[in-house]
Write a protein that binds this ligand. Structure first.
Ligand code: AVI
Length: 414
């Protein structure tokens, strides 16, 4: 058997193309083929995985849920006030919706509740629980992967939409992906929309390692269940006893990672492929990024959300943050439009030639960067005022022979 056949298992009994038939399987095979093997985090949440995750939330070592519930019960009125009256509530990755029940009961005249979850069993339980607690609230459960852009399509209208994303699930995405996801939430929320976001804050590595490798071993079972799931659903032959759970804190990336470490040298077959595991080699299954509040404010701002509120537990382990949808801007035209507006405003609405507008825009950019200097030949101090930057831009334009109205009598630059 050639090396290629050995790795891909391309024999008559296990055709190498088998994995193409299921999109998850194609992704799994791709992920296991990387130098650092990994598996899709979302696959942790089948019925058993969701159940184990609920048990993690009850362990002594996993502080996240308790800290968040503390905030929710202490600041509930303020949080509900921020959400506003008449909201349609969307909860991506709702799980059993336990935290949301309290929030929904505190909201003024909520219009509907749309829990989104990838696991139909947990979505069903969520629906039943909300129905019992709030029998008059219209429910719109959506069984979907909430990272997909289409998952909010078809949700009913409301005076305003509220995205509720607690539990620090945002931390399970790489920062770039998290920004993209929050951008999608911004699209789903629409103008005037609000977001209440759970964010786990940075803290010492020992606390984090304990939280992600709890003394009762529930997190270990949760992680190992992923291999059992691949055996059940994709005919893999992982020997789950030959792997162990590992929680590693990456200081540089401010994230705790879950891995599954091979206890011995072994081969595993899945999707018509065979994968070699050296003893000690790991599969990366999840990252949980920890933020400073300011870092999340900046990340959300880049996704179109303006920070409005910050609620923290007394020990400052966890934050709930309130955001409002920022008015839409054309991407990458911010500086230019600003400067054009400034040019028009300073001239009382009079239009300059394109050349002059360009020179003023360039002066405004240099002002923002702190590289625009006043005085003859730019030998003066750094220019801070917009008015002075516009005047400098106009005089540069004049020097270049662009179409600029004459200076007003006595109108020097300030
Ligand atoms: C769902 N998510 C926010 C949890 C977390 O803390 O990153 C998942 C988890 N993994 C291990 N423990 C909890």
């Amino acid at each position: 058997m050639s090396d290629e056949e050995l790795v891909r298992g391309g024999t008559a009994s296990a055709p190498a193309v088998e994995f193409l038939e299921h999109p998850d399987l194609a992704e799994i095979v791709g992920d296991l083929s990387r130098p650092q093997k990994r598996l899709p985090t979302r696959l942790l949440y089948d019925e058993r995985g969701s159940h184990l995750f609920e048990r993690i939330c009850e362990t002594r070592d996993y502080y996240v849920t308790r800290a968040e519930l503390e905030i929710l019960s202490r600041d509930l009125d303020d949080i509900a006030g921020f959400a506003g009256a008449g909201a349609g509530v969307i909860e991506p990755g709702a799980g059993c919706g336990c935290k949301t029940r309290e929030l929904l009961s505190a909201l003024e005249d909520p219009r509907w509740y749309a829990p989104l979850d990838i696991d139909p069993s947990v979505l069903w339980r969520c629906r039943e629980a909300i129905r019992q607690a709030l029998p008059h609230l219209p429910l719109v459960p959506v069984c979907a992967d909430f990272t997909q852009p289409w998952c909010h399509a078809g949700l009913p209208v409301a005076e305003r939409r509220l995205l509720f994303f607690p539990g620090s699930t945002v931390g399970n995405f790489e920062p770039v992906q998290a920004q993209r996801l929050l951008g999608r939430f911004r699209d789903a929320a629409g103008p005037g929309g609000r977001l209440i976001l759970g964010v786990d804050l940075r803290k010492n590595a020992a606390t984090l390692r304990r939280a992600y490798d709890d003394g009762e071993g529930i997190t270990a079972s949760f992680n190992l269940n992923l291999l059992a799931r691949l055996n059940r659903e994709h005919g893999a032959d992982f020997d789950t006893a030959a792997f162990e759970h590992l929680a590693v804190y990456d200081k540089a990336l401010h994230r705790i990672e879950m891995h599954l470490r091979s206890r011995r040298d072994q081969w595993v077959r899945i999707g018509g492929c065979r994968f070699h595991f050296a003893a000690g080699e790991t599969i990366h299954t999840e990252s949980s990024h920890k933020y400073l509040p300011g870092g999340m404010v900046a990340l959300a701002a880049a996704a179109g959300w303006q920070a409005q509120k910050l609620w923290m537990d007394p020990q400052r382990r966890f934050a709930l943050m309130g955001f409002e949808a920022a008015p839409r801007k054309q991407p990458n035209t911010e500086v230019k439009e600003d400067n054009m507006a400034a040019t028009k405003k300073s001239s009382g609405g009079r239009r300059y030639g394109k050349g002059a507008a360009r020179t003023v825009a360039s002066a405004m950019r240099r002002r923002k960067r702190g590289t625009l200097k006043s005085g003859p030949g730019g030998k003066g101090g750094t220019v801070r005022s917009r008015k002075q930057a516009i005047a400098i831009g106009l005089s540069e334009a004049r020097r270049k022979g662009a179409k600029v109205p004459p200076k007003k009598a006595g109108g020097g630059s300030k």
